[in-house]
Design a binder for this molecule. Structure first.
Ligand code: XMP
Length: 514
């Protein structure tokens, strides 16, 4: 394991992904974790991430010197670099030498483990106010910029490395190579983390956890629950029953797809529960997004408990486990022990009630979305399932801004079906990560149709491009396609007289509106 120590910005996740792209397993830990605890995880290398603080600020996160003395190779980036510098006796000052964005870096490669085989001049992504003016004793300075004399240093003997910039971002042209040099040359690791190992490891872990008990798995039709179910099915076969809750918040045609395509692909035992009334009743009168998410999460569990009771009553053995397709970004974004802010309660993590009666099986908890897709492929799931765009567990319930009602759901389902159809027809499914279609149910605007005045609701299109949903940009999709979607929705969906485009990146906007 490579530990990525998170100093509180968005960088740690990206670093962890990049390490895995180098086929080395990585995990994120909060910077507040005691060093002894980090070392107890027996890491083969440690990476210190960037962060928003200044090393001299009061209350700025620090790191115990022992981390650098344990014989574990360490790579500091940005804040992590500066922290390494000051902790080991170098100097970091607020020199006014700020650098933000793309910056030319001059590299001195003689004897450098990180930069060997890369160009003398390369473009890197900087984001710092303080600067390192003297490297700690025993370190060689291996790069500089016009503004900072010490932009990278190495102590090859002690296996300590640092760079002032962000090698994990795309704009650092040789960033991935430098990270790989640290992992392979500096830390002596081999690129051996593959989807084959993930499947093997998870199958073994699931068998061990579940034993001869039974498990149920909630299927949503989405990629994550499908891959989780397929993994567990591979591990424990007929001890698994999948439950599909039709909560009425699904998109058009989705229920049929799960009932037919998924079962055909995997051969799982499937139980379909019609819970539309129940969810609508529970959501009646609620417009607050977090409350909606909590209610949906809670009702899900209740329905599962009922399904469990029924399966037991039908003569099955003890159902003790609940399989969930929780992903690593869900865990981290829900504040899963990393000290980062709780941005939203994802329904399968933070939204769980306290009195849950199942033990959870979460075989995707350590994986990023692209890894989940690779695992799905490895398990032989068809492309239509594995490459499907993400859809949130709370479904259309969090795509209606305002109260959720049957009428509004039907209306949104129609609009969503039109948008999806046109995007697919235009061949945009790969380019667009996902395109939430949102109904602003509490907003009305004046329009004119035929000869009459209308006073209807707007529909928002939110097409985004992303690698992992952690960050996203709005997709610059062709005007003609936007025009076709707009015309069709306003013509075909009653009570909708306006279609608007959400052109906000993430951050600052999240992908979903709630
Ligand atoms: P946000 O809106 O946080 O969404 O930018 C990031 C990704 O997560 C999906 N999403 C969810 N998925 N349960 C899920 O399984 C949820 O509660 C949930 N909320 C958001 C969203 O569609 C996007 O892909």
């Amino acid at each position: 394991t490579v530990l990525v120590v998170d100093f509180g910005a968005q960088y740690a996740q990206l670093i962890a992904r990049r390490v895995r792209e180098a086929r080395v397993y990585s995990e994120i830990v909060p910077s507040t974790m005691p060093v002894a605890e980090m070392l107890a995880k027996d890491p083969k290398a440690i990476i210190l991430s960037g962060g928003p603080s200044s090393v001299y600020e009061e209350g700025a996160p620090g790191i115990d010197r022992a981390l650098f003395e344990a014989g574990v190779p360490v790579f500091g980036m940005c804040y992590g670099f500066q922290l390494m510098a000051v902790t080991l006796g170098g100097r970091v000052d607020n020199t006014g030498a700020r650098e933000y964005g793309r910056t030319p870096l001059a590299v001195s490669k003689s004897g450098s483990t990180l930069f060997e085989g890369t160009p003398d001049n390369q473009s890197v992504w900087m984001s710092h106010g303080d600067a390192c003016s003297a490297a700690p004793e025993g370190f060689t300075v291996t790069a500089s910029t016009d503004v900072v004399p010490v932009a990278a240093f190495e102590n090859d003997e002690k296996k300590l490395y640092g760079v002032q910039y962000h090698p994990e971002v795309m704009h650092s042209t040789h960033g991935q190579q430098i990270l790989e040099h640290f992992l392979y040359r500096g830390a002596g690791l081999a690129p051996s983390w593959t989807t084959g190992n993930i499947v093997e490891e998870q199958v073994a872990a699931i068998r061990e956890q579940v034993g001869d008990k039974r498990a149920i798995c909630g299927l949503s039709g989405g990629v994550d629950s499908a891959v989780a179910a397929a993994l567990v099915q591979k591990a424990i076969g007929s001890q698994l029953t999948c439950v599909y809750v039709d909560h009425g918040l699904m998109r058009k045609g989705e229920t049929e797809q799960v009932e037919k395509d998924f079962v055909a692909a995997t051969g799982v035992q499937l139980k379909v529960v019609d819970a539309q009334e129940r969810f609508l009743n529970a959501l009646a009168g609620v417009s607050d997004p977090e409350t909606k998410r909590k209610i949906i999460g809670r009702e899900f569990i209740r329905v599962f408990e009922q399904a469990q009771a029924e399966i037991i009553a039908e003569g099955g053995a003890d159902v003790a486990f609940l399989v969930q397709g929780t992903l690593y970004p869900d865990v981290v974004e829900s504040g899963g022990g990393t000290g980062t802010a709780n941005i939203k309660s994802h329904h399968n993590v933070g939204g769980l009630p306290d009195d849950i009666e199942f033990e959870l099986v979460e075989p995707l908890r350590q994986l990023f979305k692209d890894e989940v897709r690779m695992v799905g492929q490895e398990l032989g799931l068809p492309d239509e399932i594995v490459q499907r765009q993400p859809f949130p567990g709370p479904g259309l319930g969090i795509r209606i801004v305002g109260e959720v009602t049957k009428e509004r759901l039907d209306l949104l389902r129609e609009a969503d079906a039109i948008a999806r159809h046109e995007l697919t027809a235009a061949g945009l499914d790969r380019e667009i990560w996902q395109c939430p279609v949102v109904l602003l149910a509490d907003v009305r605007s004046v329009g004119v149709q035929g000869d009459g005045r209308t006073y209807g609701h707007p529909i928002v299109l939110r097409p985004v491009s992303s690698e992992d949903a952690m960050t996203a940009d709005w997709t610059r999709m062709p005007y003609e396609v936007l025009g076709r979607i707009s015309t069709r929705i306003t013509n075909e969906v009653p009570d909708v007289n306006r279609v608007v485009l959400d052109c906000t990146s993430k951050p600052p906007g999240t992908i979903e509106w709630e």
